[in-house]
Ligand binder design. Sequence first.
Ligand SMILES: O=P(O)(O)OC[C@H]1O[C@](O)(CO)[C@@H](O)[C@@H]1O
Length: 324
Amino acid sequence: MSHVLAITLNPALDLSIGVDQLVPGTLHRARNAATVAAGKGHNVACVLAALGHDVTVAGFLGDENDGAHARLFAAHGLVDRCTRIAGATRTNVKIGEADGRVSDVNTPGAIVNDTDWQAFMATLDDALAQAPAAVVLAGSLAPGIAPARIGDIVQRCHTYEVPVWLDTSGAALAAGVAAGCAWVKPNACELAEWAGVALADEAELLTAAHDMQAAGGAHVIVSRGGERLYACHAGQLWVVTPPRVAVANTVCAGDSLLAGLLHGQLSGQATDEALRFACALAAEAVRHVGVGRADAPDFSDLQAQVCLETTPHGAVATAREPSP
Ligand SMILES: O=P(O)(O)OC[C@H]1O[C@](O)(CO)[C@@H](O)[C@@H]1O
């Protein structure tokens, strides 16, 4: 198995609250509530560790409340290289309704100053010198981190010849793509924001994905919630239809997808096999709070239910609905 460095520049404590139905402006009595240590890179790290990889985590954690993250890292055997900063790691609120819909309120996070940044970059150099097989750079930027710094991280990874898997949004996504990443995982909204246009249909979405490849994302996978997703990889367009599952909580689906795909690549799986595994892992994740589990008893069935189609890049406009 491989060694991976997972970077989360703005981690969070996720406070998940279950209500029957969210009615803005009214009092809700929650059915349940739980707080877990999270953040996109950390979630990816947990999945990869469960799949047998050796994972180091880096980024920032507030020194006032790092206990939950430290316990998470210990429980998953993650090597903790996170830079402690003054203040508290943010809490993000996830309100889940009985029908599986989730409303997210993601807060800004503790401020990262220049000294914190220099400390982080020194740690990054150290971690890259250990020759990880890949770097995952995922999530939003904490206040104080300029988007251009994503480009600095990617460049530093190039110096050590380590491929970067990027999952972020807005100006940080643009900076990361421009610096050149191995894989980029925008969702459809993030891709539209990057392209600067509303993506009215599938053809426009695929054009934007190919533009992202041309701009520096060598391979691009576009996630679309429970709908079929698209992967532009090695001259092919892959159209992947997920299995239908009862949706309980969608929060970690994208992180599970990215981790599953990276696991497939690191394990030498063929593209179709890796996409099938990743898509099944994302579907498994939405059945409960938290990341997808490949040890779920019906995981092979989920994999078998993933529908894959492929066409050459030139045929993007004709990507079809899967056969019934
Ligand atoms: O960094 P962002 O984009 O605010 O996203 C953070 C959120 O994303 C998640 O990692 C899920 O993808 C949550 O655990 C977390 O609250």
